[in-house]
Write a protein that binds this ligand. Sequence first.
Ligand code: ZN
Length: 421
Amino acid sequence: MTPTGVQPASVHVRDGRIARVAGWDDVPESPAVVDAGDSLVMPGVVDTHVHVNEPGRTEWEGFYSATRAAAAGGITTILDMPLNSIPATTTVAALEAKRRAAQDKTVVNVEFIGGVIPGNSGDLEGLRDAGVLAFKCFLSPSGVEEFPAVTESDLREAFPILERLGLPLMVHAEDPACLLLGPAGGSLRYADWLASRPVEAERSAIELLVRLMERWPARVHIVHLSSASSLDVVRGAKARGLPITVETCPHYLTFAAEEISDGATEYKCAPPIRSVAEREALWSALIAGEIDLVASDHSPCPPILKEPDSDFFGAWGGIASLQISLPAIWTGARARGIQPERIAEWMSVAPARLAGIANRKGAIEQGYDADITIWNPEASFILDPENLEHKHQVTPYARRELYGSVVATYVGGRRVFGIDA
Ligand SMILES: [Zn+2]
């Protein structure tokens, strides 16, 4: 899959980079030739939204397991969220602690996101200088105490700095004023969880961000959009030239509230998975280019914290999907008559652009890093959680039939998953 489309080709790799892309039969006589057969040779997936959780909550997930799961899922670069590790990545010292924790454990590229929390606006420039590719903040409670949500006044302090630094601010966009308390004592009913996080919360938060961007046009990226009903606000901002982008996630595009059983907390995330109609509206917006990209928001936890068959309000909110995101998105796209080129756009090119690495990632083109995924779009499988490299096997994708099986993954020209075709 080259920038000009899918075609028979040979990809020549030297010193970790793509040396040239040539005709299919333009290959040397060498045992180092890998024949991908009828599989698709695509730029590796760049996942800009992954919670690795190490150090501090390594029993939830860690660099060793997360990067192996990424490789098995055709992902060659991940951006690690600044929470739920301890420390959270809100200072340069914390970033260094993360880097130390990751050392010698990773098989794919790992980049970091810095946190914006109340009172740390003085740390942002240092974090940028130390190499974070983006920032992240929450407008509603994050679920962990080390990462408090910001208020409008915190954002008024951070936005001028972010505008100057030029890095995107990824925002969990739910206005806490629109969130409702659940029933006293919690609830097993999915409908109660859904009702507690209405779409108005997303809309109100996005409106606030656009207002701030009008004053300080910092780059803003809305993470995990769960409903297309706020996209008119985004469209308007884009039309006025504001640098806003939007992602959604495999779970919002795969599942629907109508199908979630009571007590099935493996489906719990915030904002919540909504109706079939909302899911289809998200697909339409993605296909129309109004949603820029797809990221996994892989946010696992030990099974005990999901409290199986119990309370939606007490269970940890987060869905484990890192290894599954490419087949999950392709399965939905294929069913809607979408071509694989769009998958590369949503999962490789646009995320690389968001992360500021599109000059070396996201394309099979001369000079780019040899981060390559070979996958077979027509091969289907039933997801067996035993085959997941995630630290824990709990996932709502268990036993689903998915299309798109990853054959091999290469990072910098080195195979990190699969077989040499
Ligand atoms: Zn997240």
